[in-house]
Design a protein around this ligand. Structure first.
Ligand code: GS8
Length: 219
């Protein structure tokens, strides 16, 4: 029997993008279900009762939650094509460390750039550049964080690139001017179909941010 794979997601979620890119890399057919996060579906609440967040991958009825857990699951269930995590235990641990670093830093800092003003925003912008400098030192001269091939850390990070214009517009700064290596890496990733067809139009993300700022009374 064919696998039934459903992804509960939200179009501009960088966490959801991770799952979409990984499924595409593996050539897995799946049903995409867009969630309304202001009115979550009974299925989302049933399948992720702890966090009630997307993305949720439902494989033959069984849910897997948390995007990095989903990535590892996808890599283990469909190992034949495009391995994402290295096979060496030390290299695996290394990749997971960097994905965890991304999770602990980039999202919150990016959000502070578009949702705050004044000193708080200036501090967030400075911190954002510092985070990407650290990531650039890890990237070094490699084409991808995974080395010569696109891997776990690349998948974990690339979705944030679609938010860069929003951070730059609302933060009034240029990420490229400060972190050209990160931009070059992102452009390399975008040459992959899995990435180019997944990342949403950054203009739409900017419009979405305008709506969110209105919704949260930030304007
Ligand atoms: C984060 C998922 C998340 O924040 C992961 O999967 O890696 N650590 C998790 N999902 C958000 C949408 S993206 O900002 C979400 O579902 N929010 C709904 C809510 O908080 O109610």
């Amino acid at each position: 029997m064919a696998d039934e794979v459903i992804l509960l997601d939200f179009w501009c979620s960088m966490f959801g993008m991770r799952a979409r890119i990984a499924l595409s890399e593996k050539g897995v057919q799946y049903e995409y279900r867009e969630e309304d996060l202001t009115n979550k579906s009974p299925l989302l609440l049933e399948k992720n009762p702890v966090h009630k967040k997307i993305p949720v991958l439902i494989h033959n009825g069984k849910p897997v939650c948390e995007s990095l857990v989903i990535l590892q699951y996808i890599d283990e269930v469909w190992p034949e094509k495009s391995p994402l995590l290295p096979s060496d235990p030390y290299q695996r641990a290394h990749a997971k460390f960097w994905a965890d670093y991304i999770d602990k830093t980039v999202y919150d800092c990016g959000k502070r750039i578009w949702s705050t003003k004044g000193e708080e925003q200036e501090a967030a912008k400075k911190e954002f550049i510092e985070i990407f400098k650290v990531l650039e030192s890890e990237l070094g001269e490699k084409p991808y964080f995974g080395g010569d091939s696109f891997g776990f850390v690349d998948v974990a990070l690339i979705g944030f690139y679609s938010w860069f214009p929003a951070y730059e517009t609302f933060g009034n700064f240029s990420i490229e001017a400060e972190c050209p290596k990160s931009i070059a890496w992102a452009k390399r990733c975008l040459q992959r179909e899995s990435v180019s067809k997944t990342l949403p139009d950054s203009k739409k993300i900017c419009e979405f941010v305008v709506e969110m700022k209105k919704m949260f009374g930030l304007e």
